[in-house]
Design a protein around this ligand. Structure first.
Ligand code: NAP
Length: 342
């Protein structure tokens, strides 16, 4: 008789971070874990695809504690991640915001914090649990003394992390916290695309239009899809009590553009222009992202300039080999993304 494998329960299994964890372990042959993914919709095409690859997909809703109790049953390890932007875009929450005159960003922060408290409370009840890996971000408002108080998509995670540490010390003895770095995938969405270099008319030169200090402040460049699984694996193996920032490399926007220029064989030019998020339209989003960039320049993405509890992945004591930013750049279809300027 073969022994049962330990069970790893992965939240956000159909998304970037959770999906990366699932793919990482599926790529190991054999996977050291039996994998259970949690989704709001076990019959979605993404869920069905994962089932066909041998993942048990179960229903779970972060707003519904009893669904989390069921999803966590028998877990040896849990990877937890929540998505602030689901709350931010949620029409029902937007209706509450407009009816009550509250900001959608504040409601979303509070909702994400509550979702994480639900996850933490449910994980604390699992007596088979050996390791909890919690995807978090720093409390920007607290660490900046209120100077950057609008980075709501960071703070909800941090508020619940503080709750977990103080309310469930036994769970926290089994916990490692992961701050995932600045997604390189952001280069392909509306907000992060503001920092995407453009191509000169003759296509010889990449032009970055971002002024210092933002253009020269290092960010922890990270691929949510390629890197999360490797880091979570390391955090499952490492002793508990760590908090790490995941990064392929700390690189500023100018440095990234240079790497991309080398990969594409282009010259690089930097224009000193303050980026504006105004084109995004939504005032709450603009306020959040503007504060986030100010925070990153002054305190570091991970708050590392004022919080020495955040370690680098190299401090974990478990080797983590992430592909380089250059390798990541080589894999992307830049032709599709680089706008040519007149
Ligand atoms: N962009 C960045 O640079 C960056 C950096 C660090 C951290 N982050 C954080 O990363 C988070 C997003 O992670 P991601 O990129 O992995 O997200 P994603 O790809 O958008 O996926 C979201 C996942 O969460 C699940 N989900 C959402 N709401 C749920 C709910 N109420 N109950 C149960 N499951 C729910 C979804 O599952 P189903 O749809 O299948 O139910 C999906 O699997 C955000 O909170 C963001 O703040 C982003």
């Amino acid at each position: 008789m073969t022994a049962e494998k330990p069970l790893l329960v992965v939240l956000g299994a159909t998304g970037n971070q959770g999906g990366s964890v699932i793919s990482h372990f599926l790529s190991q042959s054999p996977s050291p874990y039996k994998l259970r993914g949690v989704t709001r919709n076990p019959s979605s095409p993404n869920s069905i695809r994962l089932v066909s690859r041998g993942v048990e997909m179960v229903a779970g809703e972060f707003d519904d504690p009893s669904s989390l109790d069921a999803a966590f049953q028998g877990a040896t390890a849990i990877f937890s991640v929540t998505d602030f932007w689901q709350s931010f875009k949620n029409p029902a929450l937007r209706e509450i915001a407009s009816a009550s005159g509250q900001k959608i960003s504040i409601l979303s922060r509070d909702n994400e914090a509550q979702q994480n408290r639900n996850i933490i409370d449910a994980a604390a009840k699992v007596d088979t649990l050996e390791r909890f890996v919690y995807s978090s971000l720093p409390n920007t408002s607290k660490l900046s003394g209120g100077k950057y108080s609008h980075v709501y998509h960071f703070d909800g995670k941090a508020i619940a992390e503080e709750y977990g540490r103080s309310t469930h010390p036994k769970l926290w003895e089994k916990t490692n916290v992961l701050y995932v770095g600045y997604y390189l995938e952001n280069y392909f969405d509306a907000a992060g695309g503001i920092f995407r270099p453009k191509l000169s008319k003759d296509k010889s030169t990449l032009i970055l239009s971002v002024a210092a200090p933002l253009a020269t402040s290092p960010l922890p460049m990270y691929s949510s899809i390629d890197d999360t699984g490797l880091l979570v694996d390391a955090l499952l193996q490492a002793s508990p009590g760590h908090k790490i920032i995941g990064a392929k490399q700390w690189l500023d926007l100018q440095g990234f553009t240079k790497v991309l220029g080398q990969v594409l064989g282009k010259n690089v030019e930097s224009i000193e222009e303050s980026p504006s998020f105004e084109s995004l339209g939504d005032p709450d989003l603009i306020e959040d992202l503007t504060d986030m960039m100010g925070w990153c320049v002054e305190f570091g993405f991970d708050g590392g300039k004022v919080d020495n509890s955040v370690l680098q992945q190299s401090d974990l004591g478990v080797p983590v080999l992430l592909q380089s930013v250059e390798d990541w750049c080589r894999k992307q279809d830049w032709e599709k993304w680089l706008e040519v300027v007149e």
